[in-house]
Design a protein around this ligand. Structure first.
Ligand code: PAF
Length: 298
């Protein structure tokens, strides 16, 4: 695997490499990233990964300084995954002067995660556009765990007429259901044992909606309360339309997704579960028919 830290070197290295499939990352790689690298291989002649912890997408109280940086281990994993080129610029290479031009995504950037991380999606979209301009891929892959990010980047790519196909990779989970994330490393052993509750509760909402329940507010509130009773501090639990992440209008016979962000100890975990198209109109409300099993408290 070639490793390049300078923009001109990288540009030179991707010349005449055929179809480029690109996986941008912030490093501290786990099996979720490696699944994207493998999927990239199926979409391109050359697989390019990047590692760059992008200050622009972190707020003043976010974890930029403590974000895990594990460059040597990441390189070994990328090499083993068959990645051809790694772009790992320094901050001064990517931002040699203060970045004054930004990509400002529309209203969605202020909702869901954006409501709790002001400026986050602006920072993400800006760096990804810049990386796209440098790497010039034909395909780019992002994990569905960051569902809102994937939507913002897909819409940016389409509206800016970038000749890039954006592909979402399925979330990779630990055996107990916890979505793999670099931030899982912030969890203590006790918190790690508690963490799968988030996914279990999202699955429960998904099952309820698939069975016809349409009182989304009740499901969202109940789930947030249950998390908080178990030591979490929940930012949001939200059932949204997959297409644009807006609030579904009942009967909501379209593909939905339930998304959540909640803090457990020092980690802010996000997760989501896609809910296939369902018809809620000809079924009795779930609350009248099914009792939710109670999950064990910690
Ligand atoms: O998902 C990430 O790791 C980052 O947000 C990304 C897309 C690499 C931009 O910095």
């Amino acid at each position: 695997m070639q490793i390049h830290s300078s923009i001109p070197e990288l540009r030179n290295a991707v010349k005449q490499r055929g179809r480029i499939a690109f996986v941008p990352t912030m490093g501290n790689l786990h099996a979720g990233h490696l699944a994207l690298m493998r999927e990239a291989r199926a979409h391109g002649d050359t697989v390019v990964a990047s590692i760059f912890v992008n200050r622009l997408q972190f707020g003043p109280n976010d974890d930029f300084d403590r974000y895990p940086r594990t460059f040597q281990a990441d390189c070994a994993q990328l090499e083993a995954a068959g990645v051809d080129l790694l772009f790992a610029p320094s901050e001064t290479e990517l931002y040699p002067e203060p970045q004054e031009y930004h990509v400002d995504p529309p209203g969605i950037q202020h909702q869901l995660d954006g409501a709790f991380r002001p400026g986050h999606f602006r920072g993400v979209a800006t760096v990804v556009l810049k990386l796209f301009n440098i790497v010039q891929p034909q395909v780019a892959l992002f994990g569905k765990k960051d569902y809102q990010q994937l939507m913002v980047l897909r819409n940016m790519t389409r509206q800016m007429a970038l000749p890039i196909e954006v592909i979402g990779g399925e979330t990779v989970r630990a055996e107990d259901g916890l979505a793999l994330s670099s931030r899982n490393g912030y969890l203590s052993a006790g918190e790690r044992a508690e963490a799968p509750r988030l996914h279990r509760l999202l699955l429960r909402i998904s099952a309820a909606v698939a069975s016809g329940e349409r009182d989304f507010a009740r499901l969202e509130r109940g789930t947030a309360e249950e998390l908080d009773r178990n030591g979490w501090k929940t930012d949001y639990v939200a059932v949204r339309r997959q297409s644009d992440l807006q609030v579904p209008q009942v009967p909501a016979e379209e593909a939905l997704v339930v998304l959540a962000a909640s803090r457990l100890g020092g980690a802010r975990l996000i997760d989501n579960v896609e809910i296939p198209v369902t018809s809620g109109v000809d079924r009795p409300p779930l609350a009248a028919t099914i009792r939710f099993p109670k999950l064990p408290n910690r």
